[in-house]
Ligand binder design. Structure first.
Ligand code: HEM
Ligand code: HEM
Length: 101
């Protein structure tokens, strides 16, 4: 279970960083300017019209589903710990959870 949790958490972190970067590169390839909260313009990560940015867009779309699947697995594991094993894992993240029992 420790290994499964480490792998899932690790992949969640990796995808949470990589996915937005790939989306950003894809937006750049489409010739769009990406900005932070519509205030700070960010540099292009790929040349406009580049095949590299286009491919990253395809990977972006695919990995978004992988992230969604991992989130589903992660939430299911949290519920399994809470209601089946009842080992208090959830209360490590939600301090008020223990009082709900
Ligand atoms: C965790 C964060 C993100 C998730 C889960 C996500 C998810 C997705 C998904 C599922 C699609 C496919 C939509 C479709 O069916 O065509 C998509 C498309 C796209 N995303 Fe993201 N995205 C994220 C972050 C970003 C960021 C930060 C950018 C840009 C800075 C970005 C740029 C794009 C672009 C340009 C497309 C193509 C839009 C289009 O087809 O018209 N994404 N994203
Ligand atoms: C209903 C929603 C969620 C619940 C109940 C939940 C619950 C938990 C719990 C209990 C832990 C601690 C596990 C431990 O102590 O070993 C945890 C860790 C973590 N969660 Fe969630 N989570 C939820 C949603 C999410 C989402 C949407 C993401 C990211 C997309 C996420 C990312 C993470 C990560 C990366 C860790 C590891 C933190 C660390 O480095 O220790 N969680 N989550």
């Amino acid at each position: 279970m420790r290994l499964a949790a480490s792998v899932t958490h690790g992949l969640l972190y990796v995808l949470l960083i990589a996915l937005p970067l790939m989306g950003w590169a894809n937006a750049s390839a489409r010739g769009w300017t990406v900005s932070l909260f519509h205030v700070v313009p960010l540099p292009a990560l790929a040349a406009a019209g580049s095949a590299f940015g286009h491919t990253l867009g395809d990977v972006h779309k695919l990995t978004a589903w992988v992230l969604l699947g991992l989130i589903g697995l992660h939430v299911a594991a949290a519920l399994f710990h809470q209601f089946v094993i009842r080992d208090g894992t959830l209360s490590r993240m939600l301090p008020g959870a223990r009082k709900m029992r």
